[in-house]
Design a protein around this ligand. Structure first.
Ligand SMILES: NC(=O)c1ccc[n+]([C@@H]2O[C@H](COP(=O)([O-])OP(=O)(O)OC[C@H]3O[C@@H](n4cnc5c(N)ncnc54)[C@H](O)[C@@H]3O)[C@@H](O)[C@H]2O)c1
Ligand SMILES: [Zn+2]
Length: 388
């Protein structure tokens, strides 16, 4: 069984990422303006692709104004918010806007927004004139620690999320945590679900991450440490054949929960939090870890305001939906699970689990003391539905 070999991260603000032949910096901290001006100077025209909400924020306005000052900004293309911007129809609209603005193969796309915008802008850059360079400016915590790094770009089809996409790494990822000041609390917590996943992959860091995610925006050092882990894993496995599967820790059951909640009841990070609790409890059922790791992970999640339980109907539906997961191999569903090493644990991928253990864990995860997720308000529910 393959095991984790993620190197311990050294917290720094500038991370050198390489994917095959392609090298690019991932910067955490500092306004992106100067770096963007530098990139703009190397291209004939620039298209800024974003969404209205982000363009209204102080960070969004500053990025747009900075690009305008370079004289290279030819078009600001505004995508519909969230998942509604990740469609083939929107790709066509965006590519048409770029053509009308005179963008050529020597032009640059800048994607400014959450994971939905950087996925869509990256895919636009991957396909416009058979590929132009792009820079990612993530504005959500999830984007800074995950979505904007690694070069996976995509749009959705009505039948499946991220069904049409390409590997197209950016020229740079410029993450300024100041952007997070305007992020709604629930979206911030969602990003913390991914931060805790990185902590669960590097047990010595879990307590620090938990401490620094308790209230408000995590320190830039935490964001940089997570970004570095993603960079390291992607570098080790650019095409997701082996070690990159580690990043799916908590995502097997998590994706089931997301689908069972019809992609509106739980944010991605909330579903991942429940999936992490599930993975550690399943590992305990299988005799791979004791009580310590389960308590450590659940305490970290709950401290960050994330759920670790789901109502029984959701848990049962999640298991059924998991059966359709794309990570299913010939040997059945394969898990990413911890295994004890001394006082701590490491994480392995491609682990089989018998159905009885999974069923018993479903009963556990649906049981009290339930710290159920705060039900979404009517407005938030409608909005999430629209983002599907
Ligand atoms: N490519 C990858 O490797 C990868 C990895 C993980 C997730 N993703 C994708 O990322 C997407 C989810 O990304 P997300 O969680 O960032 O959500 P999101 O992009 O939908 O953004 C969430 C909400 O926050 C708003 N927002 C963004 N930044 C803001 C800011 N600074 N201030 C105020 N509001 C702001 C957005 O307008 C949106 O309403 C999904 O489509 C998922 O498939 C991709
Ligand atoms: Zn995730």
């Amino acid at each position: 069984m393959p095991t984790s070999s993620v190197r311990a991260p050294i917290v720094s603000e500038l991370i050198a990422a390489t994917q095959g032949e392609h090298a690019y910096p991932v910067r955490v901290g500092g306004a992106p303006d100067d770096a963007l001006a530098g990139f703009a100077g190397e291209h004939d025209r620039v298209a800024l692709v974003s969404c209205a909400k982000v363009l209204r924020t102080a960070h969004g306005r500053a990025v747009k104004a900075g690009l305008a000052r370079t004289g290279a900004l030819a078009v600001v293309h505004v995508l519909p918010d969230g998942e509604r911007g990740k469609t083939l129809r929107e790709l066509e609209r965006a590519a048409t806007a770029l053509l009308r603005a005179g963008l050529t193969r020597r032009s640059l796309v800048v994607g400014l927004g959450g994971g939905a915008v950087t996925d869509a802008a990256g895919f636009l850059a991957a396909t416009y004139m058979r590929g132009v360079p792009w820079v990612a400016v993530p504005t959500t915590l999830l984007g800074m620690v995950d979505a904007a790094i690694g070069g996976k770009t995509a749009v959705n089809l009505p039948l499946a999320k991220n069904a049409v996409g390409a590997f197209h790494p950016p020229e740079a990822v410029l993450a300024d945590p100041i952007a997070l000041e305007t992020l709604p609390a629930r979206e911030l917590a969602s990003g913390k679900g991914e931060v805790m996943k990185y902590g669960a992959l590097q047990p010595p860091l879990l307590a620090t991450f938990a401490e620094r995610c308790r209230a408000g925006i995590p320190e830039p050092s935490v964001i940089a440490a997570c970004a570095r882990m993603k960079v390291d894993v992607v570098e080790a496995d650019p095409r997701e054949k082996g070690p990159r599967k580690l990043l799916n820790l908590g995502h097997t059951f998590g994706h089931g929960v997301e689908a069972a909640g019809r992609f509106s009841r739980y944010t991605h990070g909330e579903a991942v939090a429940i999936g992490l609790a599930f993975a550690f409890r399943l590992a305990r059922r299988l005799g791979r870890v004791g009580d310590g790791p389960v308590s450590a992970v659940e305490a970290a999640l709950e401290g960050a305001g994330l759920p670790t339980r789901v109502p029984a109907p959701i848990a049962r539906a999640a298991v059924k939906l998991m059966a359709f997961d794309k990570k299913r191999g010939d040997a059945g569903l394969l898990w990413v699970l911890p295994v004890a090493v001394g006082e701590g644990w490491t994480v392995e991928w491609d682990v089989a689990a018998d159905e009885a253990a999974v069923e018993a864990t479903v009963a556990e995860i649906a049981a009290g003391p339930a710290r159920a997720v705060v039900p979404a308000t009517k407005g938030a529910r409608a909005k999430r539905k629209a983002r599907r």
